[in-house]
Design a protein around this ligand. Sequence first.
Ligand code: ADP
Length: 582
Amino acid sequence: MKQVDILAGEDGETAGTVSAAFRAPEGTPASDPGRPLTLPPRTSLEQFKDFMLRVNDVVGSENATVISSDAELQHEDYLDPSKAYDMYHVTPKEFFVSSAVVAPRNVPEVQGIVRLANEFEIPLWPFSVGRNVGYGGSAPRVPGSVGIDMGRNMGKILEINVDGAYAIVEPGVTFIDLHNHLVENNLREKLWIDVPDLGGGSVIGNTIERGVGYTPYGDHWMMHCGMEVVLPDGTLWRSGMGGIPNPDADPNAPPHEQKPNDTWGLFNYGFGPYNDGIFSQASLGIVVKMGIWLMVNPGGYSSYLITIPKDKDLHQALEIIRPLRVGMVLQNVPTMRHILLDAAVHADRTHYTKSDKPLNDEEMDAIAAKLGLVYGPPPVREVLLSVIKQSFLQIPGAKYFEPKDMPDNIVLQTRHNTLQGIPSTTELRWVNWLPNGAHLFFSPIAKVSGDDGVAQYEVTRRRCEEAGFDFIGTFVVGMREMHHIVCIVFNRKDPESRRRAHWLIKTLIDDAAKRGWGEYRTHLSVMDQIADTYSFNDHAQMKLNDKIKAALDPKGIMAVGKNGVWPKQYKREDFPVPMNGV
Ligand code: ADP
C-alpha cells in the first residue's frame, strides 16, 4: 500500500530491530539464566550479575526474575499481562523489554533497590500492574531497564475512611479490588469508586498517568489526595498535609510505618510549593502509597444512551454538550462514541465486512442500523434528565434509550455499570476487531466545540483511512475540554500492520501539532516526539523538567526517557525506536 512506502522512505528513524549495543554480549552461553536478553545500557554482564545478586539479598530470589529467554515474552492477554515487554508492541516485540523484573515486598525494599541502582547506575522502570495497554504496558522506554513490579507484593488497601470518603492504597490495588472490597465490607451503599473502561489496572498507575473514568469523579488525578513516594536517592517523602507529623504516630517507628496526619487524605495542597504534579507522568520517584477520593453514593441514578444518526450532527451535538457540561447539568463525564467502537465491542470486523478497505459512510450507516446506535453520551442524576433530553432531541433523528430498552446492547449494559463505578473488562473486546488485535491510543485534547470536534474527527479519520485502518474513536468530555481517544487497532503479528500503525500515530502527532492540538498521554514509542511538540519559548517546559531531573536524580536511574525526559547520562539518539515493524 502506498502509505507503507512513505514509512520506509521518509521517516528519519533507524530501521532494524534492537540496537546491537544493547543486546547481551556475544559468546555468553544462551543457557545462562543470569544472562538477560537485553542488558541495561552501559552495563557489562558481570556488573549486571553482581547487581542481581545484591538485589536478591534485598527482595529474595523468588522476587527477582532475569528476562533471559523468549519464553518470558509470550504473554498476550490483558488478564495475564506481561511484566517485561509491551504485549501490544508496535515495534518488534523484543525492543521495549526489561533485563529483569524485581518485585519488592515493602517500602524499605523499594528504598534498598533504589540505592543499589544508584550504586551500579542501572536504570529502573517502576510500574504497578502493567496493564497500561495502548501506552506500553509494563515495558520500559530504555531497553534493558530493570522493571520494578510494585503491584505483585504490595497490594493492600490500607484504609477506607468513610467519613472523609477516601481510600489509601498500595500500588497493586486494582479498581476491581477496591470495588470488591467496598462490596464485601458493605460499604458500597455509602461509597462508590470511579473506574476507567477496564477495571484491571491499578488505582495508582492509572491515576498518576492521569487516566480518566466516567462518573463525576472521572478525572482521577484531580481526585487523588496524599502521596508517599520513594525519591531517586531513596528518601521517603509524603506530600501535602503528610508533612505534618501525626501526634499519635510513633516517632521511633520507621517513617513508612508512621501513622499519617489525619488531614493527609482530605486536603491536597499543604503548605508551600505543591509538588505532587512532578510525580505524575514522571520519572522522579516510585509511588508507594496514595489516597484517592471516593464518591458518596448519590442515591438516585439513571443511565441512558442517545443515538445521533449522522456524522454531520457531531457539530450540533458538541455545541449542545458544552453548556450542559460546563454548567454541570451533565454532572459526569459523558462520551461521544463512534459507531465502530461499539460495533467492535459486539463482534470482530469479519462479522460486518469481507472487504480489506476501511469502512465507508454507507457501510457504517448499515452497521448503525443493525446495532441501533451511533453516538452516545451516558448518564447523570435523574433530576436533570429532562433538560438533557430536550437539548439532545433537537437533533433530527436523535433517539433516547434506557438500559431496560436494550437488554442485549452489551455496550449500554456495561456503561450502565461503569457509570456507577462498577468495573469490568468488557471493553477489551474491541481490540479483537482485527486478528491478533492490539492497539495504540492517539489522544489529543480538544475544545468542547463543534468546530474543533469536527476538525479533529475529520483529520484523524482521514489519516486512519490513509493508513488502511478503520476509524475507531471516542470523545471523553471533561470539565472544560475533551480527551479525543483514537483507538488505532492493528494486527501485532503482521509487521506491515504494525508499520502502518506506527506511521499513523507519528503522522497524527505532526498533523495535530500544526493545528495547536497536543496529546495528554502516549505510548513509549512516541514520547519524545510529543514532548518536542510542547515547544513554547524554546522548549521552556522541557528545560525545567531537565533541571528538576538533574537535581533529584543525579545518577539518572529513574524511568529513563519517560515522557521525553532524559537524564544527562543518556542521549536519546542512542535509543531510537525501530520503525520498520519487523
Ligand atoms: P496499570 O496500573 O494501569 O496497570 P501500569 O502499572 O502499567 O498501569 O503503570 C503505568 C505507568 O505508570 C508506568 O509505566 C509508570 O510510568 C507509571 N507508574 C505506575 N505505577 C507506578 C509507581 N508505583 N511508581 C511510579 N510510577 C508508576
